[in-house]
Design a protein around this ligand. Sequence first.
Ligand SMILES: [Zn+2]
Ligand SMILES: [Zn+2]
Length: 265
Amino acid sequence: MRLMSIASGSSGNCIYAGNDNTHILIDTGISKKRVEEGMKRLDLSPSDLNGIFITHEHSDHISGLGVISRKYKIPIYGTKETIEAIKSYGSVGRIEDELFVEIEPDMYIKLNTLSIKPFSISHDAANPVAYRIEDEKSRIAVATDMGTYNDYIINNLEGLNGIVLESNHDIRMLQTGSYPYYLKQRILGNKGHLCNEMAGRLLDIILNKDMKKVFLGHLSKENNYEELAFESVRMEINLSDSQYKADDFDISVAKRDAPSVVAEI
Ligand SMILES: [Zn+2]
Ligand SMILES: [Zn+2]
């Protein structure tokens, strides 16, 4: 499979995953133009997409969905609650009912040679999910917008070859920063976002010898920066009791405003 972040961060998220004959996006929280430019790097166009999988209805995950789906008529997969929330969310405009496909956490969606499994995450949205994507050769996941993790999440992230994992904020930057109190509490809460340290600890648990690529993603613009997320996550791995060292793995930060490298997994 190939895995690429077209954009990742609190201001817009769009991840490509696919193999030779099946192509999907996880979320479309950026403009149609940026999706087109990102896919061009893969020698693809949005018309090649077999589906768009939505994690949840927050605008940084769906803001481009209306424009893209109206132009390219791509099926949109999401939980019933996510779809209802998108429909009631005025700013994406009208999307044809026929394009929506309802899914449920823990089901397997077969799309040509890809098998896609949504699994529940803890976030302040309507029945949000992350996705595990497999084909006969490899297994990847896109897991962001998680206030916390548990054994269920860990199980769904086991045995991966590639991942986009949230490393949202530095707790100290958030606590001393300019966000209003309620927003700080929201981000720090169980239904908020993973801080750098928690991302590092979770990554350490799910690392395995076949993990080829780790993208740290969904960084906060105000409360994090690339080097800090990168070093904090690496430190958690290096300080843990596990057999792994951060240097053994290809870890990089997915950028907010530019596509990542294309990881061949
Ligand atoms: Zn969110
Ligand atoms: Zn988000």
